[in-house]
Design a binder for this molecule. Structure first.
Ligand SMILES: [Zn+2]
Length: 400
């Protein structure tokens, strides 16, 4: 398969969707507020499904009088999660002289970091938090506080993953290099037969790698996977550097003034490990499971590479919801157990996803689009495990 090496990638959302994927497949994906260039990889097919869906979702908001963004619950939730993070950080810093206190506090801190990512940063980064862009920006900056770059995330997650979920060579989220095989199109190595066991452990190191290597490496290279991206400049560069300074001060500098360096490294490692496992697993349950599809583009003579479905249908086919009735889990993961709804309407605040899921499922059934949801969190975890085992098996000759 040929690789995509685009310039500025599109950010596709429910509000700019109408320019996408004409029935002839010649649509463009310009995003008004980013000056995005059209993607090299285009989608095909009719957009009737998403048009109808958007109509129904808009009617829901008119009927209920609810606001898509700036929901009071989100401001309360933000204050709660930030208080959770700050209190566990300060307790670790000043009130945890013994390991039996600092170890559970590090786990609690790691969970609060994941909660900030799922809820505050994710909604802010998707511009789903508020109608005011400065509020969205402020919320997205919580990622810089947590050790990741909001600038790089915008490219990696918003532009790349949300445009091309589960397309090997385009979606960097399913690229674990030689360490794992997450898609049928990827090369299988002998040790992948054990990935159903060892990948869960490696997920824990994803945050640490992100903090210490990935952002710097990708900015230096000017690429995320196969996608060329512009390096941060001006204000973006200032935020990138300031974010790293604040994070390294909070994670290492300040704690080392009060505690031995080896204790600080251990607590950092544990908190980052917990956040890494939790963040990775929640995202993997939505895409890297047997119920999700991994379509490949086809090459059309004179046109180039393109997907055979409409963009919105692609989002549904490559994504799976889970534990839709679990309100506590939904609160913690920022509605990301409703990833189908998130992928279709990522500019709508996540607190609306449970209500929207009924409309989405109904519309999918009417249009003959397969809608997949795992009943519980445990069954979703089992499904991810089975997928890893399946992808780790020797590839049959003539198969993938
Ligand atoms: Zn997202």
């Amino acid at each position: 398969m040929r690789r995509c090496a685009t310039g500025r990638l599109p950010i596709i959302d429910d509000e700019v969707y109408m320019t996408l994927a004409s029935p002839s497949g010649g649509g463009t994906t310009n995003h008004g507020d980013t000056g995005a260039e059209p993607a090299r990889l285009k989608f095909s097919g009719s957009d009737l499904f998403i048009r109808e869906l958007r109509k129904r979702v808009d009617a829901y908001f008119v009927r209920t009088g609810k606001s898509k963004r700036d929901c009071p619950q989100m401001y309360f939730k933000t204050a709660t999660i930030l208080a959770w993070f700050l209190s566990s950080y300060l307790l670790l810093l000043f009130c945890a002289p013994h390991w039996w206190l600092s170890v559970p506090l590090a786990v609690i801190l790691g969970l609060s970091v994941a909660a900030i990512g799922f809820n505050i940063q994710h909604d802010g980064g998707h511009r789903a938090y508020s109608n005011h862009q400065w509020v969205n920006k402020l919320m997205s900056l919580t990622l810089d506080l947590m050790g990741g770059s909001s600038y790089m995330w915008d490219w990696k997650h918003n532009s790349i993953h949300h445009t091309y979920p589960n397309i090997d060579g385009h979606d960097d989220d399913i690229n674990m290099g030689f360490l794992g095989r997450l898609a049928p199109q990827q090369r299988r190595l002998g040790f992948h037969r054990y990935q159903g066991i060892y990948l869960w452990f490696l997920y824990g190191f994803i945050s640490i790698k992100w903090h210490l290597i990935d952002d710097f490496y990708q900015v230096g290279r000017g690429r995320i996977g196969e996608h060329k991206i512009p390096r941060p400049k001006g204000k973006d560069l200032a935020i990138f550097i300031a974010g790293k300074v604040v994070f390294f001060s909070m994670a290492f500098g300040i704690p080392m003034l009060l505690h031995p360096w080896y204790d600080v490294l251990m607590i950092y490692g544990l908190a980052a490990f917990v956040s890494g496992v939790v963040l990775s697993v929640v995202f993997q349950l939505a895409h890297c499971v047997g119920e999700a599809e991994f379509p490949s583009p086809v090459y059309v003579e004179g046109v180039g590479e393109r997907m055979q479905t409409d963009w919105a249908i692609h989002q549904v086919q490559t994504t799976v919801d889970f534990a839709r009735g679990n309100r506590l889990l939904c609160w913690f993961v920022g509605g990301l157990n409703f990833q189908i709804e998130h992928h279709l309407f990522h500019k709508i605040c996540h607190i609306h996803y449970p209500a929207l899921s009924k409309l989405v499922e109904e519309t999918c059934h009417e249009f003959g689009v397969r809608y997949a949801a795992q009943k519980t969190f445990v069954s979703a975890v089992a499904s991810h495990f089975h997928w890893l085992v399946e992808m780790g098996k020797p590839v049959e000759i003539g198969g993938n």
